[in-house]
Structures are given as C-alpha cells and as structure tokens.
Write a protein that binds this ligand. Structure first.
Ligand SMILES: Nc1ncnc2c1ncn2[C@@H]1O[C@H](COP(=O)(O)OP(=O)(O)OP(=O)(O)O)[C@@H](O)[C@H]1O
Ligand SMILES: [Mg+2]
Length: 509
C-alpha cells in the first residue's frame, strides 16, 4: 500500500466506509452495476495489483485480454482526472458515470459505475459488441455470449444511480475532511508532558510534578492500576536533569523473590550456580539515570531492608560480594496498593515507607475526574488510527456512567477496540461499545433480552427477567426523550414517582 500514490491511498482507506458499502450494494442490487473508486492513476483495484470487477460480462471479457485491460485502464485514468461529474463512453462504447470526491477544492478521485448502455442513445448491438470482444481477444471461444449480457439503463435510472454515487463520494469527502482536521488540529490539550488532564486533582499533580522534576529525591507514585503511574515515572526522568541517562524499569511483583536481589544489585562471578559472569544488576544499569521500581509493595521483607539501605546511603552489596558498590541512581517507586495500610498491617516496613514517602504523587482514579474523561477521549481518538473522529452523546453518557476499574489503561483499550467495532463509521454509538460500558449506560439490550429468554427457558427467575427488561425500556426511553422524565413517564404510562423510584433502583437517575 505504501507504493500507492497518495490519493489512491486515501481512497483505499475510505473504501470500507459504511456509506460507500451501502452505495455499492444499492448499485449492485438495484442497477446491476459495480461501484469502483478511481483517480488519475486509474481504478483502485488496478493500483493495488488486481483487476477490477466489471459490471457486465462484456467488461469482464474485455479486461481478460491484455489489450482490453490496457485500454480499460487508460479510459479510467482519463475519467479519474476529470474535474467534475462525468458521463462518458468507454472504448467498447459502454457508458460510465461518475461523481467526484472533492476535498478542500481539489478532486481526490471519483466514485464510478460503468459498463451499461443507454437504450435511447442508439447503443451498439450484441453483434457489434461481440465483434469488439473478438478484436481484443481473437482466441475467445464465444464472444457472442458476453455480448448478450448487456445492461440497459435509461436516463432516468442513470440519474438515480448518479445520486447513489454522489452519496458515496460525499461520505468519503466528509471522512477525509475529518481526518485532515484531526491531523492538522494539533490542538494543545491541557496537561503536562503528554499527560492529559484538567481536573483539580490532575492540575495539582502537574504543579507538584513540575517542582519535583528538578530534584533528585526519591518519589513514590501511588494510584490504582492503569492510572498512569509509569507515565509519571517516565516524565520525571525525561524532563529532569537525568533525562539523557538510562531509564530502567522493573516490576518487583513479577520477579521471584530470590531472583529479585541479584536482578537489582547484581552478583559476583560464582555467587551461585549459573553465575558464570559478574552482573551489575539494574542499579548498575541505571547508573546516572532513573530506576523505576514498580509494585514496590510486592517486595519481600528481606529485600525491603536492602532497598532501604541503598536509598539511605546509595550503597549496596552484589549477591556473593563483600565490596559495597555505589549507585548514582534516582529511584521512583510505584504501587497500586496503599502502602500506609500495608505498614499498619505489618506487611511493609515502616522505615522504608517513610524513606519512600518523602515525595508522594497520588494519581486519582479516572471515575473521580469526569472532566478528564472527555479530554482523554479526544486525545486517544486523535491518536488511534482507524477510529471514528466523533462520539455520540448516548455513547458518551455510557462512558461517563461507567466506573472504569482499569482506569486510563482500560479507556485506551476501549478506544483501540473501536477501530474494529466501529470501522467505517462516522460516529461512535452505544452499539460499538463493549458490553460493560453499554450496560453502565442502561443499554442492557442483548442482556435484557437474554434474561428474558433464559426465564422463558426456565432458567433464572421471572422477576430478574422482568427487571432486566424494565431497566432496558427505561434506559432507552431516557435516551429517546433526552432525559425528559415527565415525557417518559407519560409515554410509559406510569407516574413520575414510580419512574423516579425505578431510576433510583436501576442506578440510572
Ligand atoms: N493523563 C494521561 N494522559 C494520557 N495518557 C495516559 C494518562 N494516564 C495514563 N495514560 C495512558 O494509560 C495507559 C496506562 O498508563 P500507565 O502504564 O502509566 O499506568 P499504570 O498506573 O502504570 O498502570 P498499571 O498499574 O496497570 O501498571 C498508558 O497507555 C498511558 O499512556
Ligand atoms: Mg505500571
């Protein structure tokens, strides 16, 4: 694909847009025509090393011969270079109609349907067409057979088909305009060093970060899983005085306790079986830079003592060694667990906690910073290729009602998912969201249905099925009436008090 001319690349990117697919089907089913995307370099399938699917057997017979292919390709190149909508006869005398895709005043390409004949325009007869096929391919066994497959389309129907082409062209242009806006709109989102956020908690954190970054002090980053702890650790490194030095990260919870010591502090040769060479360990590797100790709360007590020592005087002993080594390393530690509670429970050393706790950055969970959710979404939808550029209000409401146990990481995964679930769409709707999100927004949809089906089959209780349906009906109604409770109560034939009661019960209010 990278060898394609830029416009063909653009057209190819939009070929699967839903609007284009719908136009393709209408043309096929209502008119018997194939839709093809064409630019000044010819039909898109030819640019991609293939052969286009012609509308009729006549087209296909002609495309099968070398000369026919070349002439057809040339015809489309000329059509692809035309400045506006066109109606032309091809080298075989068949008609082609096209609608231009215009973005920023330039014609990017055309959406074309071809291979038919206008009965009112004295079209070539079957015999003439058979002769043309035979001229292109003298070895053709029965040129009269494809010639019988003529598609006749009067001016009225051709005008309709042109509307369908124009709709597809419009869809492509709209999407391309959005993509361009997205690329050129390097809109500065509020935040710091690639971390997005504008909530009070995040602003306070950014202010603290800006001060902490210049120091060499040990920093503890606390926050639930996926809140951005590693991002903060990297930012501290990249933007601090050690930015040119190494950034070394390790997850203390993922390394077995007996391996962690030599992983961190290295070992001398022969320290244990298999230690054929001395190792500097991660403290050695991070010399002059930053060592990020992730999940420090998972560290075994014996290791906690050793870490305390290196934090206090910068010295440590490699496994099997007697000569202390010295580390010029800034340590940033992170934990998704509350270390203070662990100290109280006696599972984390108090002295180490105090040593780490000098500077603590606490990352709030995503559910506690609803304003940031929209900002992060904007950021991620710009970043992730293939995701629609817009999100509808109903989908947004689902996202805002969801609790986000996996925080920003979970949000990122959700957005990446949309590249598949909403491929070719212009806007994200509730149907593209993963089911926990849909459910959070009250779109029990399938789930409500499932509960009802299960109850009908004798599984689950009738009450739970009724409740699931009731919830789905009310949630949909809320979307439909845009939250107008009086109207919804009226529509559902219940009192406002009953509706409010249900809203509360289902967590929708
Ligand atoms: N404020 C933010 N702005 C932009 N992206 C963010 C922000 N916070 C987190 N992310 C993104 O979310 C994802 C998770 O972040 P990160 O790995 O730093 O979290 P973590 O707290 O270390 O998670 P875990 O506890 O699971 O290790 C990353 O893709 C990161 O880039
Ligand atoms: Mg992490």
């Amino acid at each position: 694909m990278s060898d394609l001319p830029p416009s063909a690349d653009t057209l190819a990117r939009h070929a699967r847009l839903r609007g284009v697919q719908v136009s393709r089907r209408i043309l096929k089913e209502a008119f018997g025509l194939e839709l093809v995307l064409v630019d000044a370099s010819g039909p898109l399938p030819h640019r991609q090393g293939g052969v286009m699917t012609g509308s009729s057997e006549i087209c296909r017979a002609a495309l099968f011969s070398r000369d026919g292919f070349a002439r057809c390709d040339r015809f489309y190149r000329e059509l692809g270079a035309s400045p506006g909508p066109a109606t032309r006869a091809c080298h075989l005398g068949l008609t082609a109609i096209s609608a231009p895709v215009i973005v920023d005043g330039a014609v990017l390409g055309h959406v074309v349907a071809s291979g038919f004949l206008d009965p009112a325009a004295d079209p070539p007869g079957a015999a003439a067409l058979a002769a043309r096929i035979a001229a292109l391919d003298p070895h053709h066994r029965d040129p009269a057979s494809p010639a019988r497959d003529r598609i006749l389309l009067g001016a009225d129907r051709a005008a309709l088909a042109r509307h369908v082409l124009a709709a597809a062209a419009h869809e492509i242009a709209a999407r391309e305009r959005e993509v361009r806006d997205r690329l050129s709109g390097d809109e500065e989102l509020p935040g710091l060093w690639g971390m997005v956020g504008a909530s009070g908690a995040m602003r306070a954190l950014f202010a603290l970060l800006a001060r902490v970054v210049k120091s060499d002090a040990t920093v503890l980053v606390e926050g639930e899983s996926g809140t951005g702890k590693e991002l903060v650790a990297r930012a501290l490194h990249d933007h601090g005085p050690r930015g040119d030095g190494p950034f070394v990260a390790t997850n203390c919870g993922a390394v077995p306790a007996d391996v962690l010591e030599s992983a961190l502090f290295g070992h001398v040769r022969g320290a244990f079986s298999g230690a054929v060479q001395a190792s500097h360990g991660l403290f050695g590797a991070a010399d002059g830079g930053t060592l990020f100790l992730d999940e420090v709360g998972e560290m075994a007590p014996a290791m906690q003592v050793k870490l305390l020592r290196v934090l206090q005087d910068g010295s440590y002993l490699p496994v099997g060694g007697t000569e202390p080594r010295h580390a010029n390393v800034r340590v940033v530690a992170a934990s998704h667990r509350d270390l203070e509670q662990m100290v109280q429970a006696g599972t984390f050393r108090q002295d180490l906690y105090y040593r780490l706790h000098v500077l603590t950055l606490r990352l709030p969970p995503l559910r506690d910073r609803p304003g940031d959710l929209r900002l992060l979404l904007r950021h991620m939808m710009q970043e992730v290729e293939g995701v629609p550029t817009r999100i509808g209000e109903a989908a947004l409401r689902c996202l805002e009602r969801y609790r986000w146990p996996g925080n920003v990481r979970e949000l990122r995964a959700e957005v990446e998912r949309w590249a598949i679930t909403a491929a070719g769409e212009l806007e994200i709707g509730p149907e593209h969201l993963s089911s926990p999100l849909r459910e959070a927004g009250g779109y029990t949809g399938a789930a409500g249905g499932e509960a009802a089906v299960a109850a009908a089959a004798g599984h689950g209780t009738l009450a739970s099925a009724v409740e699931a349906l009731e919830r789905a009906i009310i949630a949909r109604g809320l979307e439909r009436t845009e939250g107008n409770r009086s109207q919804l109560a009226k529509e559902l034939g219940i009192s406002r008090t009953t509706l409010n009661d249900r809203l509360k019960r289902f967590g929708l209010g």
